[in-house]
Every structure is written in C-alpha cells, then in structure tokens.
Design a protein around this ligand. Structure first.
Ligand SMILES: [Zn+2]
Length: 445
C-alpha cells in the first residue's frame, strides 16, 4: 500500500513535517518514505490519496479502564462522595462487582469504538471485575483482536475481595501472561496488575512478586490520593513507593499511575528503577486529588506518560486538560507548555508502547508499525515543527480524525468504522448497562 498526498508528521527526534512524500507499507510495517515523484507502484499495490490531510502516528494511552465505561450517566449511590476514598467505595468498588462477562465485552467494545473514532490505536488497560475474574482478560483480548487495535492488559489484584478474590486475581495475571508467551500476538501485551498500596497487604505484595513471571512489569495506582501515603506510613512505616520497591514491584517495565502525592525521594527511587509514571489530569481534576508534580519528574528524566484513566479515549482532550490544569494549579502560565505534553504523550508513550510491543510505535519511519491517523486539519496560521504542539492543543479536534489504521489495516476509513458494528454494539451496551446499574444499586455496602 502507498499513501500519498498527505502532510506527514513523523514525530521523529527531531520532528519533521514532510510534504510531497509518500508512505509505503508492507506487511503492516512502514517500509519506505519516498518522494512522491518516485512512486512507481508495482502490480497489486493499493494507492491511498490522503487528500492533503495530516498523517501522524496513532495516539497511545498509557493508562485506562475499559470496565468503567458503564459509569457514564450513572447516579452514584448515597450522599455525594466528599473525597476520593468515598468515590472508590461508593462508585468503583461497587460498579466493578456488578460487571459480568457480557458487560466486560461490551464495555471494552464501546471504549474501542471511541478509541478508533478518536485516533487512539494503542491502549494500556487496567481491569477489575471481581464477579468474573478467571478468563476476564481473554474476554477483553478477544474484543481487542476483533477491533483491530493494540492493547496491553492486566487484572488488578487487591485484598478488598477477600483471600479468594486476591488469589484469583494473581492467577488471572499469571495465566494471561503465560498464554501470551505461548501464543504471541503483535497486538496484545500484558502487565501484572495491582490495585494500589492501600488495598494490598505485605503478604499479598510478596505473593504477587513470587508468582509473577520473572520479567514481568507491574501496573499499579500510586499515591493517587494522599490517603495512600498516610495509610502506608501508618501501617507499614514507609511511603508507598518505598514499600512497592521493597517488594520488587518497581522495574523498567512497571507503570505507576498518577503519582500525585509522592515526595522527592520517591521520585528518585522511580528514576533509579527506570519505572514509568502515567499522568491523567482529567481524572485527577474529577476526583479532586491534586495535580502531580510532572515538572519535577520530567526534570529528573522520569519517563512520564499520558493516560486517560477511563475518561474518553480521545487523547487530545487529555493534552488540553494537562495544558490548562498545571497553569491554574501553579497560577503560572509558564507551566506545562505544549511541547512538554508532547514529551509525555508522543515520545514517552511511544517508547513505552514500543518496549511493550517489541516494535517501533508512535513514530513514522521505516521499520515502524503502520499505526496511522489521518487528520483533516485546515490551519489558518502556519504549522511548524516548533508550534505544532500548540496547534494540537488549540486547533486539533478529534472530530477531524477521518481515518485510523493499525498495522497497515484501516479500522476506520473516511469516518466509517470497518471492524466493529457501532449501532449493534451501542444498542446492546444500552441494554446491558441498565442491568449493571440495577445490580450496582442493589449491592450491599
Ligand atoms: Zn486508574
């Protein structure tokens, strides 16, 4: 396949915007980027006319929760939660218990439709469904394969569902990781999921480390709210990151989500271990937990990535929120310039995904996976390498994404979804979500 007549944003280092070049794709990989006047299509090669749209690598999401999809529009039981611990107990730790097998399929599918429509081609999910643990990652994996995107999956181990639930969570991670080793798929990856320090005893952490395959990365929420730090200090006499490190959870594959309340020493520890941090500003604002000190972490060269925590799967919305919230939080308009967001969302997310999927992702260059989006952006001011991140914050809209491709295959072309039946899935999700809401409100505390 040859894609011509596009403006190619390569997101190399340094970045380039190429005009008059064509992208040649074979076997799902970008094989060449050639001047358009040198195109000499061989027989059977398909030529795609990008009609002057921008072509860029698909967006990557470093932390999300497909299972949370049915929370949209749902009333939370009880008094309005006054803080994050109540949001957990009243909303998430009830909702996940109301989700059964079919709901896992549908909540994943609606998220993947959202992702494909809005140009997110690789997602790192963190799953919980205490009433259906064993096999839950297979259910999600099947939707990922059918949808055509890439995803890394894990099951969140926690002590809040008893010894049995905890053990099942461990087994599900180990089972799925071993399965992928025996049946590798270039669109699936796995991490070992952990909820957060505050719901994991020392015994559980030790068992997770012991049972996890030797080269596992862990995916865990860290100091999202200050309670995680204070409980850790009170119960174990050490801060969250110190404690996770003591149990061998930090390594160069592990993702620590949020890290809002970590201190300088914890940052140093994360840097030393080479772990990734994912930043989710929309979620942090929504839960009113504070704003992570991304500035300092990036200055320490901690690879901070951008996730969405189950908010919409349009990553540019996350860009915009990051851009705004750090300015307001610090009362300083110099904070979080758009190129710093590109460092997280493009370069760090790209490196994280490339490491996970064992190939180059998030970049357009020969040898990289052909995960591309077409963006119908018609700028009325110059777009340059220097100001592109600000164009993304102020000008780019997800509605401008017309086509999404993963591994050289269109999942959406000219706004038409090609792998998923949107109307059918939405109708089924509507029915299923009603039952989930019913079960959610009938549950005991
Ligand atoms: Zn999360």
């Amino acid at each position: 396949m040859i894609i011509k007549n596009g403006k190619i944003i390569t997101w190399e280092t340094p970045n380039q915007i190429l005009e008059g070049y064509a992208i040649k794709i074979s076997d799902g990989i970008i094989s060449e980027i050639i001047p358009e006047n040198e195109i000499n299509p061989s027989e059977g090669e398909e030529i795609i006319d990008a009609r002057s749209q921008y072509i860029m690598p698909g967006n990557i999401c470093a932390h999300t929760h497909f299972y949370g999809a049915f929370s949209r529009g749902m009333g939370v039981v009880g008094k309005p939660p006054s803080g994050f611990p109540e949001i957990l107990s009243q909303l998430w730790w009830r909702l996940d218990r109301a989700i059964y097998k079919n709901d896992i399929t549908l909540s994943s599918e609606v998220c993947l439709i959202d992702a494909i429509r809005h140009g997110t081609t690789t997602l790192i999910d963190h799953h919980a469904s205490p009433e259906f643990i064993e096999g839950s990652l297979d259910v999600i994996a099947e939707t990922v394969i059918n949808a055509g995107v890439r995803a890394s999956l894990c099951y969140e181990v926690t002590d809040r569902c008893g010894q049995n639930g905890m053990m099942q969570g461990i087994e599900e991670n180990v089972r799925f990781m071993n399965y992928l080793k025996q049946h590798p798929n270039n669109r699936l990856a796995a991490l070992f999921g952990l909820h957060a320090g505050l719901t994991l005893s020392n015994e559980t952490l030790a068992m997770c480390k012991e049972k996890a395959p030797a080269d596992s990365g862990f995916h865990v929420h860290v100091a999202e709210h200050s309670i995680d730090e204070y409980e850790s200090l009170q119960k174990y006499g050490m801060r969250v990151v110190d404690r996770l490190d003591k149990f061998g959870i930090l390594n160069n594959k592990s993702i620590l989500a949020h890290a809002v309340h970590i201190d300088a020493y914890e940052m140093e520890l994360i840097k030393m271990r080479g772990s990734w941090v994912s930043h989710q500003p929309r979620s942090n604002m929504n839960n009113a937990v504070g704003v992570a000190d991304v500035d300092s972490m990036l200055r320490l060269e901690i690879p901070v990535c951008l996730g969405n925590d189950g908010f919409s799967n349009s990553m540019w919305d996350e860009w915009k929120s990051a851009y705004l919230v750090h300015k307001l939080w610090h009362r300083d308009p110099r904070k979080m310039p758009a190129d710093e967001i590109a460092t997280m969302a493009i370069y760090n997310n790209g490196r994280l995904a490339s490491q996970m999927f064992n190939n180059k992702l998030g970049i357009i260059e020969p040898g990289a996976e052909a995960d591309l989006i077409f963006v119908e952006y018609k700028p009325y001011t110059d777009v340059t390498i220097g100001n592109l991140p600000w164009h993304i914050v102020f000008g780019f809209r997800e509605s401008m994404i017309t086509s999404t491709m993963v591994a050289g295959k269109f999942l959406m072309k000219d706004r038409e979804l090609l792998t998923l039946d949107e109307d059918k899935i939405m109708a089924e999700a509507k029915t299923a979500s009603k039952s989930v809401w019913q079960r959610y409100s009938n549950l005991e505390e």
